[in-house]
Write a protein that binds this ligand. Structure first.
Ligand SMILES: Cc1cc2nc3c(=O)[nH]c(=O)nc-3n(C[C@H](O)[C@H](O)[C@H](O)COP(=O)(O)OP(=O)(O)OC[C@H]3O[C@@H](n4cnc5c(N)ncnc54)[C@H](O)[C@@H]3O)c2cc1C
Length: 438
């Protein structure tokens, strides 16, 4: 632990922010939150907005140092679990309630950006899904289903229009625009939420690793190397970066690594003939590419996912290879930065949030969809702790099943290889058929 940000695009372009002090000495507080990612920060702000301001937040490094400050920045509803899995597990009505919460969270993120003047833009409206599969009818059916069941606003974009107006790649067939979504600078959003929470009394300590946690009914103690916090309520939001503090929580997810590169600035004519739109773009494979243009015509390109969490030695080349598969025209564009981050995945791929025992709460398992979903959990936790709101009960059916330890890790890798191979076979077939057609 170094107590500073990785040297990545977001840290280089962050709004001015001085390091916060370490926790020292003995403190008492109503709520102690461990982890300064968006799950912890939004819980802190949610509590403060409900009048609970006697809150201490402990972050091992810097605010937004983990996944929350180094991700793709796509803000969208739904959950990593996928709608079909949710319906199979909890039924359609319950799924509707869960998805409604995620939609409200997207709106709340947007509202907070405006209300608290958080400098994390531009925030162009709409996320584009570009399909690797030749299945226009299937895509249209999915759009209709989302509209009818969940009130989502999506437009079907036929292949020619996708090429002409949005993304000119031979890899894609048709596309869908998801309205009401947007992207942001995730680290600046974290910093904005942290500042607002501090402004109303929340105390945030950085470089303060929670080393141990003892919780009894109604009170708990968190210890760092130089300090200690006694709290009525403790909230653990350490993401994929801690599996030992509370073993029941650490055992209930697998850390999964995913990666991003940022290119050098791209010539205007070249970028405008390839990635024409300013919206965030993702494809529809299991192991998908996600990317967007940055303000200075750089490209932020993300993808890959693995339970092997050590960074590949040839990360830049791997990621650049993925980008060139989609846009061979970008062969001469250099890569400026590459980094990885860890996401936490439960076996059911759904958010895990709730009360482990009296006075001990948690939120984890956001997977690759956390930018709005951390707000879902933050609001649910804040409502439950402040009192009178039982939204958090909606997440009870998902629980904290064991994620399998090393066996789960190996299984996760085998599963990923299987699904990637299935996607590869399907996309090769679709391209062969499309080529054979006159
Ligand atoms: C490369 C990448 C791209 C992604 N792209 C997107 C995207 O475009 N859209 C989207 O919705 N989601 C995306 N995600 C997922 C999203 O970033 C996560 O789901 C979300 O940020 C999880 O938030 P969190 O607060 O749970 O965890 P984190 O943000 O990881 O925060 C956990 C924090 O806890 C701290 N911590 C850990 N242990 C301790 C301890 N013992 N004491 C004190 N502090 C501790 C860590 O330092 C860390 O800052 C992406 C993730 C990655 C890695």
């Amino acid at each position: 632990m170094s107590g500073d940000y990785l040297d990545i695009h977001y840290a280089r372009t962050r709004t001015p922010d001085a390091p916060r002090r370490r926790l020292e000495g003995h403190h008492k507080t109503q709520v102690c939150i461990i982890g300064g990612g968006l799950a912890g920060l939004t819980t802190a702000l949610g509590l403060a907005e409900r009048g609970v301001t006697d809150v201490i937040l402990l972050e091992a490094e810097r605010v937004g140092w983990g996944a929350s400050g180094r991700n793709g920045g796509f803000v969208s509803p739904h959950y990593a679990a996928g709608t079909d899995n949710l319906i199979a597990k909890v039924g359609l009505d319950h799924t509707r309630d869960l998805i409604k919460l995620s939609r409200q969270a997207v709106d709340l993120v947007k509202e907070r950006i405006g209300r608290y003047a958080i400098d994390c833009g531009p925030n162009p409206e709409g996320n584009l899904e570009a399909s690797w599969f030749n299945d226009p009818d299937g895509l249209k059916r999915a759009i209709e289903f989302e509209a009818e069941e969940f009130g989502e606003h999506m437009d079907f974009i036929p292949r020619e229009r996708l090429r002409d107006e949005y993304v000119a790649s031979d890899m894609y067939f048709d596309g869908a625009m998801h309205h009401g979504c947007f992207w942001f600078h995730p680290l600046n959003y974290c910093l904005g939420i942290a500042r607002k929470a501090e402004g109303v009394g929340v105390r945030i300590y950085e470089d303060s690793v929670a080393l141990s946690l003892v919780s009894e009914d109604g009170s708990g103690t968190v210890t760092t190397d130089r300090g200690m916090v006694e709290a009525d309520e403790i909230v653990v939001t350490t993401g994929a970066y801690d599996q030992t503090l509370v073993p029941e929580l650490g055992g209930a997810f697998q850390p999964v690594a995913t990666y991003i590169i940022v290119t050098e600035p791209v010539d205007e004519a070249l970028i405008s003939s390839t990635i024409k739109c300013h919206q965030a773009v993702a494809d529809d494979r299991f192991s998908l590419d996600y990317y967007r243009r940055l303000e200075d015509n750089r490209i932020l390109w993300g993808g890959r996912g693995s339970t092997r969490t050590t960074e590949p030695y040839n990360l830049r080349a791997l990621m650049q290879g993925d980008m060139l598969k989609v846009y061979p025209e970008l062969a001469e564009v250099g890569v400026d930065m590459a980094w990885g981050g860890l996401m936490s995945y439960a076996v059911h791929h759904m958010i895990q949030t709730g009360r482990l025992r009296q006075g001990l709460w948690y939120a984890q398992g956001f997977g690759g969809q956390g930018m709005a979903q951390t707000t879902v959990a933050g609001e649910a936790l804040a409502g439950a702790i402040a009192g009178g709101d039982d939204t958090i009960d909606l997440f009870a059916p998902f629980g904290l099943p064991w994620a399998g330890g090393p066996i789960g890790k190996a299984y996760g890798e085998i599963f990923r290889v299987f699904v990637r191979t299935r996607d590869r076979i399907a996309t090769a077939r679709d391209r062969r058929i499309a080529k054979a057609r006159p």
